[in-house]
Design a binder for this molecule. Structure first.
Ligand code: ZN
Length: 275
C-alpha cells in the first residue's frame, strides 16, 4: 500500500489515482497523515475494505507523506564510504541528530539555496507505525509503518558553525524533502537491501545500497528505543552514502537553477528544484 499527502489530506495511492482516506472511512481515519499513523494498525486492518470515488493523482499537490511528525531522528556517518570521505571515524553507536519537524517538505518542493555550501544527501527514510519502547532488534521491522525517500539537505556552513550544530544546519525551511509516498514493507522485496541514489542536473552523485548501512534499520530502532520511546508517525533519516558535495575535490554545492533527483529502489523518485 502507498500512502500520500495530497493537498494536506492522507490518501491511498493506486497507480495514478487516489482514494481520500477520511472520506472513504466516514471520518474514522485522517484526513491529517499523522492521525492515520497514530491509528496505524487499525487503519491497516480497515484499509482493504475502504472504497469510494477515486480522483486523479496530481503530483504538484503532494506534500511530505507524514505531515508534521513529533520526532525526527537522523543518523550521521552511517555508511562506511561516507565516513571515510568525510575523514571521520566510524562511530560505535548511531551518530544521532534531529531535523526539526518544521523543516520537512514535499517531494517536488523547491530548495531555497542559502550561501555557498548547501549539499545533497540521499537517504532511506523510515516511518514508525506504533509506539516503540525498548524494542529488540529481531522485532524492530514490525514497528515500521513504511519507507519513503528523503533528502537530508544540509547547509554545511551552518552545520559546522559554533563548533557543530548538525540539527540546525540540516533544518533550514524546506531542507527535508520527502516522498513521494509512504510504501508499506510488504510491497518491498528486501527492505534491508535497497538501491538508492541522487543526481544533480542529471549527473549521478550518489549510488549505493542500504545493505551497506553500518547500523541497519533494526539496529537503529533498537538503539534509539533503548534511550526513548519512538512514537507513531516519527521519522528516521537513516544516513547517506558516499558522494556528497562537501567531500568532493574540488568541493561542490547546490546552486539556484539546478534540479536534484533522488530515488530509492521500490519506493519512488522525488525531484527538487534549487531556487
Ligand atoms: Zn544525513
Amino acid at each position: 500500500m502507498k500512502i500520500a499527502n495530497h493537498g494536506g489530506r492522507a490518501v491511498i495511492v493506486d497507480g495514478d489515482t487516489i482514494l481520500d482516506i477520511a472520506t472513504a472511512s466516514d471520518g474514522r481515519f485522517g484526513p491529517d497523515p499523522q492521525s492515520v499513523l497514530e491509528q496505524w494498525e487499525a487503519f491497516c486492518a480497515a484499509a482493504r475494505s475502504l472504497s469510494g470515488s477515486v480522483e486523479p493523482l496530481d503530483e504538484s499537490r503532494l506534500g511530505n507523506p507524514v505531515g508534521v511528525p513529533r520526532q525526527v531522528f537522523a543518523i550521521g556517518l552511517n555508511y562506511r564510504t561516507h565516513a571515510e570521505e568525510s575523514g571521520m571515524q566510524v562511530p560505535s553507536v548511531p551518530a544521532t541528530f534531529t531535523k526539526f519537524p518544521a523543516s520537512l517538505s514535499g517531494p517536488f518542493d523547491d530548495i531555497e539555496i542559502v550561501g555557498e555550501a548547501v549539499d545533497w544527501e540521499v537517504e532511506l527514510v523510515v516511518v514508525i507505525g506504533r509506539r516503540a519502547d525498548r524494542v529488540a532488534h529481531a522485532d524492530a521491522w514490525s514497528y515500521v509503518a513504511g519507507l519513503t525517500v528523503g533528502q537530508d539537505i544540509s547547509d554545511r556552513t551552518l552545520q559546522f558553525a559554533a563548533g557543530m550544530q548538525f540539527s540546525l544546519g540540516k533544518s533550514r525551511r524546506g531542507y527535508g524533502p520527502m516522498g513521494p509516498w509512504l510504501v508499506t514493507i510488504d510491497e518491498v522485496d528486501n527492505p534491508d537491501d535497497l538501491g538508492l541514489g541522487c543526481s544533480v542536473d542529471g549527473v549521478v552523485k550518489q549510488d549505493a545500497r542500504t545493505s551497506d548501512l553500518i547500523f541497519s534499520v533494526p539496529q537503529i530502532i533498537a538503539e534509539l528505543s533503548s534511550v526513548l520511546p519512538l512514537l507513531p508517525g516519527d521519522v528516521i533519516f537513516t544516513g547517506t552514502p558516499a558522494g556528497v558535495g562537501m567531500a568532493r575535490d574540488p568541493k561542490e554545492a547546490l546552486r539556484a537553477g539546478q534540479v536534484v533527483e533522488t530515488w530509492v529502489e521500490g519506493i519512488g523518485h522525488i525531484r527538487n528544484r534549487c531556487v
